[in-house]
Structure formats: structure tokens, C-alpha cells
Design a binder for this molecule. Structure first.
Ligand SMILES: Cc1cc2nc3c(=O)[nH]c(=O)nc-3n(C[C@H](O)[C@H](O)[C@H](O)COP(=O)(O)OP(=O)(O)OC[C@H]3O[C@@H](n4cnc5c(N)ncnc54)[C@H](O)[C@@H]3O)c2cc1C
Length: 423
């Protein structure tokens, strides 16, 4: 692996054969998450492929000329030609490997795969999921000197990272951008000393044996596991929804609202997330139409009052979408009035869906006791039906799912574990 500057780019990269280039920055958590993976892969593939690092802040002109606008960004070259994917953000080892393998003959790629040595590590506690619940558990465990590792398939932060503004987390007078709150939480836990394995693939979770496998080669064993994998947006489940996801239909206003400047947008849902996010989308969009299945919104009074007072927001009540279709850049939504049975077609430049969440429990099979909606049941100490396995945050069966309640669950699980390990 070699660090270069823009001056050496031509010689080292363009004339360098097969090359992987990592543009990184300082004070960049996703760059820190990538660094050990990049280094490990450099050791593995180093005989065949050159691994180059470039400090983006000092080589901005070069980065911009290559359309590299964020850190980390990894790009691949084969004999001077840009090939493969441009990887950025929380870069997974598996995505790096598929791009590196594409540079090599199949046999060579298999040879390298066979060289990968399995690794086993042991901790007191594994925390699966780095949202507010998992991060708080990590903080308390670390302060109690419990050896813990936090594992996340993405970068830490959870749903908070994609929330536009959080105004109800105690301690902040002004509403906080969600990604900043997530960043503060993550840094506090990391600086304390909890180990992070983030932007990884979790390929196996064996709750009975308290073992997980990460990136296929790393087995992590522990005495306790905290499940904190949170929840994901629920699909409506009508024709066209899955096909248009990311191409006309979005589940994240923070991520995508900016693409709808001066456009017509439809928001589906009537709870807090739908109403608050619709209000946020009006910062960009010309008009936001909220389609809701009932004749009243479910959001709290404050959010409702704000939305009703917003001149850019219109409402279509008692109505459910029946299907989505895209015509050029326009999304067509077939709707049905649930009271009159009347059908209609609405059109918009984009659709945002906020119709609730579902627990991220797929990896755990049916090993744990859950409620009728699939949320994991726990006792007061956050213990699940399997000894040594805890569940915290949105994944847990409970009435209210908020950052504060996830943080409280994480606290309780960590204290409970600390006491058990001490005794
Ligand atoms: C649009 C929106 C706005 C919101 N606004 C507010 C608000 O203003 N105030 C408030 O209090 N609450 C708000 N919430 C709710 C709040 O964000 C959640 O209650 C809270 O984030 C739950 O925290 P958590 O730790 O349980 O899980 P999450 O935040 O869901 O985090 C779970 C983590 O687990 C990871 N993960 C998932 N699967 C796996 C796996 N298999 N292996 C490892 N890791 C995995 C995910 O990548 C993620 O990082 C909002 C939610 C949404 C969607």
C-alpha cells in the first residue's frame, strides 16, 4: 500500500496497471471504518493489484477532476482506464472484493479467496446494531470496563442519521440535525473504547451459541449479545412499489428531498414521520400532497398544526394507493377512496412513503419469542427468551419507539449485563 499525491497520480495510477485508489480525509469516521479493510485487502491482493491512498483535502483539484466529491471514495483502474464501481460512504469489504476480483482472472480470484484465514475473536458482549440503543449500551458497557464490540451493517447512527432534525432529544436547546446527533453519540461511545466493526456483512447469527460471523471469515464469540438492529420502513406492498424504490419512490426525506426542488411530491402516510417529513420536503418542493388512508391524521397535535398551516401542503384523506407506475420522470399513483370506492390517478415528480416500520429480525429466524408484529419480547432488564440475549430499542416489543426510549433500553441492558458479569 502506498500514499501518493496528485503529482504521482499519472505514474502510479494511470500507468500503474491494476490499481485501487482510496481518497480519504481526516476526521472522517467512514474513512476510519474503511482503513483496516483497505489495509487487510492490500495484504491479500497486494501481489496482483496496487493499493494507493490519496489524502483528498490536500489533493482537491485531482479529486474534483475525477468527480470524487466525498470521503472515502474508492475507484479502480485497469491499465489507465477507470473500471468497476465508484464506492463511497460506508464501504463494505464485500463490495471492495467484488471490484478487486473483477480486475483479475477468475482462477486468481479463487486462489486469493482460498488464502483468507478465518479469524476468531472473543468479547464479553456483542452489540448488534449501532443506532441510539446499541450506542448507549456500548457507552455504558465501556464505562463499566466490559469488553464490548459494536457491529453494524452500515455506519453507526441508525435511523437518527437520516432524520432531518431532532427537536425532542434532551440536552439540546435547538433542534439538532439527525446526522450530527448520531455523530455525537457514535463518537462518545467510540472514544470511550468500545470496539467498532461497521459497514460489514453479518453473515451468521447463532444466538444459542452467542456467536456471529462477520464478512464470512471473522467469527466473534461473546458471553452476552445485545440485539439493537432497530427497524426499517415498511412497504405498502402494492404493484410497482419495489420496482420504483430509489427511482421515483423514496423512504428517506433527508436523503432525497433535495432532488425535488420546485417539484410536485406525494407523501403517503399520516403518522408523525409522514407529517414531519412532509413539512421538511416543502423546503424544496413546490407542492406536497399527503395521501392518508383515514379521515384524520395520526401525528401529534404540534406536527398536525404545523402541516395544516403550511400553504404548500394539501391533503387527500380516506385514500389508499393501489399501485405505482412511471412515465418518463412522472410517477403515476392509482388510488382508491376507501369510503366511496372511487378510483383515481394522481401524478407527481416523486413519492415518499412513511407508513410505519418493521423490526429488523430476519437474521434471528424464529428462535426468539416475539409479539404478533414480530417485535422481540423482553423482560424489564431487556432479557429475551434466550439466556444471555438482550434486545433494545425499536426491535423490542413496546408501546413507544423514540430515541429516548431506545437510549433507555440500551442503558438498562448494559447495566444488567455488567451486574451479571460482575457476579
Ligand atoms: C423519519 C424518522 C424520523 C424520526 N424522528 C424522530 C424524532 O424526531 N425523535 C425521536 O425520538 N425519534 C425519532 N424517530 C425514531 C427513532 O429514530 C428511533 O426510535 C431510534 O432510532 C431507534 O433506535 P434503535 O437503536 O433501536 O435502532 P435504529 O436507529 O433503527 O438503528 C439500528 C441499527 O442497526 C443496524 N442494523 C440493522 N440490521 C443489522 C444487522 N443485521 N446486523 C447489524 N446491524 C444491523 C442498522 O444499520 C442501524 O444502524 C424517527 C424515525 C424516523 C424513521
Amino acid at each position: 500500500m502506498k500514499e501518493i499525491t496528485a503529482k504521482e497520480f499519472k505514474q502510479e495510477v494511470l500507468e500503474g496497471g491494476k490499481v485501487a485508489v482510496d481518497f480519504y480525509s481526516s476526521e472522517c469516521p467512514p474513512c476510519e471504518a474503511l482503513a483496516p479493510k483497505f489495509e487487510g485487502l492490500a495484504e491479500l491482493y497486494g501481489d496482483e493489484i496496487k493499493f494507493i491512498k490519496i489524502f483528498r483535502q490536500d489533493n482537491r483539484e485531482l479529486a474534483e477532476s475525477l468527480d470524487v466529491n466525498g470521503s472515502p471514495t474508492v475507484i479502480f483502474y485497469n491499465d489507465g482506464e477507470l473500471v468497476g464501481d465508484k464506492l463511497s460512504g460506508g464501504i463494505k469489504r464485500s463490495d471492495m472484493i467484488s471490484n478487486l476480483n473483477a480486475l483479475l482472472p477468475e482462477q486468481k480470484a479463487t486462489e486469493i479467496k482460498n488464502k483468507i484465514k478465518p479469524r476468531v475473536s472473543e468479547y464479553d458482549t456483542i452489540i448488534l446494531g449501532g443506532g441510539p440503543g446499541g450506542l448507549t449500551a456500548g457507552l455504558y458497557l465501556c464505562q463499566a470496563k466490559v469488553n464490548a464490540v459494536l457491529v453494524d451493517i452500515m455506519l453507526p447512527g441508525g435511523q437518527v442519521s437520516t432524520t432531518h432534525k431532532v427537536s425532542n432529544y434532551p440536552g439540546f436547546v435547538d433542534p439538532q440535525p439527525g446526522f450530527m446527533l448520531a455523530h455525537y453519540m457514535s463518537e462518545q461511545t467510540k472514544i470511550c473504547g468500545t470496539k467498532y466493526k461497521v459497514a460489514v456483512d453479518v453473515t451468521l447469527v447463532d444466538l444459542e451459541n452467542k456467536t456471529i460471523v462477520v464478512d464470512e471469515f471473522e467469527t466473534i464469540k461473546a458471553k452476552k449479545i445485545i440485539l439493537a438492529t432497530g427497524a426499517s420502513p415498511r412497504y405498502i406492498g402494492v404493484p410497482g412499489e419495489k420496482e420504483l424504490k430509489g427511482n421515483g419512490i423514496s423512504y428517506c426525506a433527508t436523503c432525497d428531498a433535495k432532488y425535488f426542488h420546485d417539484k410536485d411530491v406525494i407523501v403517503i402516510g399520516g403518522g408523525n414521520s409522514a407529517i414531519e417529513e412532509a413539512d421538511f420536503i416543502t423546503k424544496f418542493a413546490k407542492k406536497v400532497t399527503i395521501i392518508h388512508q383515514f379521515d384524520k391524521l395520526q401525528a401529534n397535535k404540534e406536527a398536525q398544526e404545523k402541516a395544516f398551516a403550511n400553504p404548500k401542503i394539501e391533503f387527500v384523506f380516506d385514500t389508499e394507493p393501489q399501485g405505482f407506475e412511471k412515465n418518463g420522470n412522472i410517477v403515476k399513483i392509482a388510488t382508491k377512496n376507501m369510503k366511496t370506492g372511487e378510483t383515481a390517478t394522481l401524478k407527481a415528480d416523486g413519492v415518499f412513503i412513511f407508513v410505519g416500520m418493521k423490526p429488523n429480525t430476519d437474521l434471528f429466524g424464529d428462535t426468539l419469542e416475539t409479539d404478533d408484529w414480530g417485535y422481540i419480547k423482553t423482560n424489564e432488564d431487556m432479557k429475551t427468551s434466550i439466556d444471555g440475549i438482550y434486545a433494545v430499542g425499536d426491535i423490542r416489543s413496546k408501546k413507544y419507539r423514540q430515541i429516548t426510549t431506545a437510549v433507555a433500553d440500551g442503558t438498562i441492558a448494559a447495566i444488567s449485563i455488567t451486574k451479571e458479569l460482575d457476579s
